[in-house]
Design a protein around this ligand. Structure first.
Ligand SMILES: [Mg+2]
Length: 370
């Protein structure tokens, strides 16, 4: 019988990592990675790490997620067996609405302890490994496109072949110019996508989206505000380029409604939207049943949440569009893992060690903690 591992204590850190450049989006600018790190310790001396990465204009605030963890979740799990993860998640969902990022952090830290206790990587706790690497997408989002050209060149030399342009923050002509430049400069050597982050109103969107049909984009992501499901469904119906839902689909329930209304051809999976890896797998199962593709999305995260995302990607039965876990490698000036997040030749390589598979650097964590 498996040895019992009960939660002894939990601690919350807020880190603020400097980044290489501003990233602009249809819903606002990002100038740092401000994230909530959860450390859980078992009575058997095992440490588990999790991360909540909120963005106020998208998912929620740092303050709300700190409170969810400190005031609600940690007191409720002290003394509980780490293998009762589903029971603890259901309880967390009943105690606090929203704060999906805090629920993801809680689950990640519990799975990290489980994996270390069993000497298994987290993807083995989720059903096993379907792939050992995932193609990496970088988001082109610098308002200074000259700087982005230099960065794209650097990443292309590193083997990165997927570029997602953030659109809708500086006018349609700027968006068209950047996509055209990339397609002409790199031809079909690169896979291009665009993401509006809800940046257009429905009445202005369709003619602009039609202007991109000739650029052979892999998808157009979230052109209009999340609640406008009818407009999303209309774009999915009339455009040749696939439509991706990001802000419109957080939870399994929203995935079901989205499938019924056909709001997208693809869903962006994010543990910070679904409330963890297991709920993201539920979103993926609904998507698969409905014939909707999935993609590995992320928020503004450190290597800890990226590792959780990598294990989720490994456990997905079907994944063809890659993932965007680039922050720890190509955005933060320094990450908080001991070893660099495993990106090589344009791919995220799935860690095979126990739990998350990599160690957190306590000195860096303390340095960047407020
Ligand atoms: Mg997005």
């Amino acid at each position: 019988m498996t040895q019992s591992h009960c939660i002894r204590s939990g601690r919350v850190y807020v880190v603020n990592l400097p980044v290489e450049e501003i990233h602009s989006h249809g819903s606002g600018d990002v100038v740092a990675i401000k994230s909530v790190i959860l450390e859980l310790t078992s009575d058997t001396g095992i440490t588990g790490w999790g991360e909540a990465s909120p963005w106020p204009v998208f998912t929620g605030t740092v303050e709300a997620n700190v409170s969810a963890l400190q005031d609600f979740f940690i007191p409720a799990i002290v003394g509980r067996n780490v293998f009762d993860v589903e029971a603890m998640l259901v309880e967390a969902e009943s105690r606090v609405v929203h704060c999906w990022e805090a629920k993801a952090a809680l689950e990640t830290a519990l799975l990290d302890i489980q994996g270390k206790a069993l000497d298994l990587p987290i993807h083995d706790l989720l059903g096993g490994c379907h792939r050992d690497k995932v193609a990496l997408s970088f988001s082109v989002a610098n308002p200074d496109f000259q700087q982005d050209k230099a960065k794209i060149k650097r990443l292309f030399e590193d083997g990165v072949r997927i570029f997602k342009l953030k659109t809708g923050f500086n006018g349609h002509e700027f968006d068209l110019m950047r996509v055209q430049w990339l397609r002409e400069r790199y031809a079909d050597q690169v896979d291009l996508r665009i993401d509006y982050n809800q940046g257009m109103s429905a009445h202005e969107a369709l003619p602009r989206l039609r202007d991109f049909e000739s650029f052979r984009l892999s998808f157009i992501e979230q052109p209009v505000p999340r609640d406008n499901l009818e407009a999303m469904a209309h774009f999915t119906n009339v455009l040749n380029t696939p439509i991706m839902a990001d802000e419109s689909v957080f939870t399994p329930r929203e995935a079901l409604v989205g499938a019924q209304m056909r709001v997208a051809d693809i869903y962006s999976l994010k543990i910070m939207k679904s409330g963890g890896l297991r709920r993201a797998l539920q979103v993926a199962a609904i998507a698969k049943a409905a014939g909707i593709g999935v993609y590995g999305g992320c928020m503004f995260e450190t290597g800890i949440a990226h590792l959780a995302g990598a294990h989720l990607m490994a456990a997905l039965p079907e994944l063809t569009l890659g993932c965007e876990f680039y922050m720890a490698t190509y955005y933060a000036t320094e990450d908080i893992l001991v070893e660099p997040y495993p990106v090589k030749n344009g791919y995220v390589h799935i860690p095979g060690g126990p739990g998350l598979g990599m160690e957190v650097d306590r000195a860096k964590l303390e340095h960047y903690a407020q």
